[in-house]
Structure formats: C-alpha cells, structure tokens
Design a protein around this ligand. Structure first.
Ligand code: SF4
Length: 200
C-alpha cells in the first residue's frame, strides 16, 4: 500500500484497518509530510511494534532523482523518474521536471502534474511528448518533499525564506488532471510541509 499522497483522514482509516487507534494516522501524517520521513521504519513517533507492522504493509515511494542541475542563483532543476507501477500498464517510462527557486523572503517550487501533455502548445517542448500519463497526488507531493528536503541542506538553508509557494507550471495541464491535483492540494499535505519548513 502506498502512503504518499494520502490525506490525514485516509491515514487514520489505514491505521484503523490495521487494528491501531485512528490517531496514529495523524502521527504518520506528521512524519511523512512535516518530517519528510520516506522510510516507515524511521518514523520514530510511532511505536516500534507498529513501525514493523506498517513496513510490512506499506511503503513511501518518492520519484527518483535522475539529474539535479544547480544554477549560480541556487535554483535547482530536478529530472525525476516516476514509478512504473502508476502507469496503468502502458509501460512507457515517465520522467518529469520540478524546479526549486529560492529568493530573498520566499522560495518557489514548480512541480509537474502530468508526464508529457496533450495540449500541444506550439512553443512548448513538452507538447512534443504527447500525454504519457497523469501523475498521482503522491507523485505531485513527492516533488515538493524532494525539493524541501534538498533545500534543508547546506547552501540553500542560508537563505532567510519566509514564504513557500508551489506553482503547477511544470509538465502538464493541471486542469486536465483535476481530481489528483485537487487531492494533492486539498489534503493540506503540501501546507504541512511548508509550515514545518518555515519552523526549521
Ligand atoms: S505543458 Fe503547458 S505549455 Fe506545454 S503543451 Fe502543455 S499546456 Fe502547453
């Protein structure tokens, strides 16, 4: 079972289905989105016994970082490989891009909502790919988590960012993947990651 992309309510339901109190769902939510723990066994706010059980039942699948391009202004562009498991059997490998852009007083993360795009704007290179597939809510959130985790290290940490913006301006037309986009935004998981980032 994939945990990334689940809302707090869904995580509470998962816990209950595993015979645990529902409030453990809130603990997983915090570990996943605020502490950015992608290994269930590292979610130390859960009892060791439950971590073991959860690790046997569930996983957190972040996109794989294929390339990381860092600019002189500390912007970082990521080329990310998506899991084949979400491609609905089409078996066409999907990669997307995300960009982290720090500046004085704010930082912006640009994420993709689809791999490729069907809209066919004449000026756009992505259009040449056609639509490969829609991203899941978890794959959108994964881009934010990767960028924030990276930014919490050395060079970018020095910036006094006070506001984080997420823009859906990477590959794809968000309104053509409306349900998953709303799931990612509406779950508040992204906001959780921002709030925690501001406090660290
Ligand atoms: S990614 Fe954006 S600009 Fe490119 S084809 Fe799709 S809608 Fe047009």
């Amino acid at each position: 079972m994939e945990l990334l992309g689940k809302s707090k309510k869904e995580l509470r339901d998962v816990c209950e289905s595993l015979g645990e109190p529902a409030y453990r769902g809130g603990q997983i939510y915090h570990a996943l989105y605020a502490e950015r723990k992608s290994d269930v066994r590292q979610m130390t706010n859960l009892p060791a016994r439950f971590r073991q059980q959860l690790a046997a039942e569930a996983q957190v699948t972040l996109p794989g970082v294929k390339q990381r391009y860092t600019s002189h202004d500390k912007s970082v562009r990521y080329l990310l490989a998506l899991s084949d498991e979400n491609d609905g059997g089409r078996q066409r490998p999907a990669s997307v891009e995300a960009v982290f852009m720090p500046s004085e007083g704010r930082q912006t993360i640009c994420i993709s909502t689809q791999a490729g795009c069907a809209v066919d704007c004449q000026f756009c290179l992505t259009a040449q790919l056609g639509l490969i597939r829609n991203l899941t809510a978890g794959e959108m959130l994964g881009q934010v988590l990767i960028a924030l985790e990276d930014a919490s290290s050395k060079a970018v940490r020095a910036t006094s960012a006070v506001q984080t913006n997420v823009v859906l301006m990477g590959q794809g037309e968000p309104l053509l993947n409306f349900e998953a986009v709303m799931e990612a935004l509406g779950s508040c998981s992204i906001r959780k990651a921002w709030e925690f980032r501001r406090s660290t």
